[in-house]
Design a protein around this ligand. Structure first.
Ligand code: PEP
Ligand code: MN
Length: 338
């Protein structure tokens, strides 16, 4: 249920309304827009049917939300959300945000070299995994806390906020200490305990789409985070499993306009994991920006041949820089800046 307040509703009227909602055993979530305040009501809505809230002073209308997700919906918040990720970088505004770096933090020197290169190319956020979700238990699993330390150090040196994956809810406070954006990987999208955990944080969350998740399931995964009080969620479309085998996954670019229509939260696209091959990264990155993505997550490695993970899809720094130049023109064509 969504309650829209009158534009001239007073603080006293709002407080009274919140009290009534709580007295009915429901949870009010407030969205303060530039024009008016909207309250999302979470809980068994039957309680509301017997209690017509329309009659409470300050209330303009009460609307049922038919979709299964509520707080992520545009009904709850008509204006697009802008997520502040640190260092003055904002995701969801007119300016595109490029997150780039290696798949894994392999050691301090390679991270520093990659960070300097992506910064020079125009990236805004440094990415790098310290806890790696690997298909095989024999593959490199990441440096753990040591990797987080390098990320923090190099992020500071190069003036970029950092994004890194949280794989296990027990590491939440550790990752929170070092990361500016907490990434929830595709394989964890439906780890509901992990979603609840990051919902307790106030750090921005980069939520990646599950390998076989529908858009509705993706939106509902975000709802778990917002429901805990963390509204700083950024969606990341990273490709889904289909019958196609010539790309690693199938990049579902239609998800970008669909999510932007249904939700107020920003959407970034990962052309690296979705294609699995560096040659396809640039065309899909350009297509993503043309489709309305708010940013990109791109893997870059100074020597992909020896990368400990995802070498085949990693761009060389000079290819990344060339792509950034092309992206500027695409951005301009769709009224975005880079
Ligand atoms: C990643 O971005 O490091 C990653 C593992 O991606 P995904 O979860 O989308 O596979
Ligand atoms: Mn990777």
């Amino acid at each position: 249920m969504i309650i829209v307040l009158k534009p001239d509703a007073t603080k006293k009227q709002l407080d009274h309304l919140l009290e009534r909602i709580k007295a009915l055993g429901l949870k009010p979530m407030i969205s303060k827009g530039t024009e008016r305040t909207i309250i999302g009501v979470i809980g068994p809505e039957d309680a509301l049917r017997a209690q017509p809230l329309e009659v409470i002073p300050g209330v303009e209308k009460v609307m049922p939300v038919l979709k299964p997700y509520k707080l992520v919906s545009r009904e709850f918040k008509p204006e697009s959300s802008i997520i502040h990720v640190g260092g003055g970088v904002k995701v969801g505004g007119k300016a595109l945000v490029i997150m780039a770096g290696p798949c894994s933090v392999e050691n301090r020197d390679m991270l520093r070299e990659t960070a300097k290169a992506v910064k020079h190319g125009g990236a805004h956020v440094l990415r790098g995994g310290a806890f790696k979700p690997r298909t095989s238990p024999y593959s490199f699993q990441g440096l753990g806390e040591e990797g987080l330390k390098y990320l923090r150090e190099v992020g500071k040196e190069t003036g970029m906020p950092v994004v890194t994956e949280l794989l296990d809810a027990r590491d939440m406070h550790l990752v929170e200490q070092y990361a500016d954006i907490i990434q929830i990987g595709a394989r964890s999208m439906q780890n509901f305990e992990l979603l609840k955990e990051v919902g307790q944080s106030r750090k921005p969350v980069l939520l990646k789409r599950g390998l076989s998740a529908t858009i509705t399931e993706f939106l509902l995964a975000a709802e778990h985070i917002l429901n805990q009080g963390n509204f700083n969620v950024i969606f990341c479309e990273r490709g889904i499993r289909t019958f196609e085998t010539l790309t690693r996954f199938t990049l579902d670019l239609a998800a970008v306009p669909v999510i932007k229509k249904l939700s107020h939260l920003p959407v970034v696209v990962d052309p690296s994991h979705s294609t699995g091959e560096w040659e396809y990264v640039a065309p899909m990155a350009k297509a993503a920006v043309a489709a309305g993505a708010d940013g990109l997550l791109i893997e870059v490695h100074p020597n992909p041949e020896v990368a400990l993970s995802d070498g085949p899809q990693s761009l060389l720094p000079k290819k990344f820089a060339a792509l950034m130049k092309d992206l500027k023109r695409v951005a301009q064509a769709v009224d975005r800046s880079l």
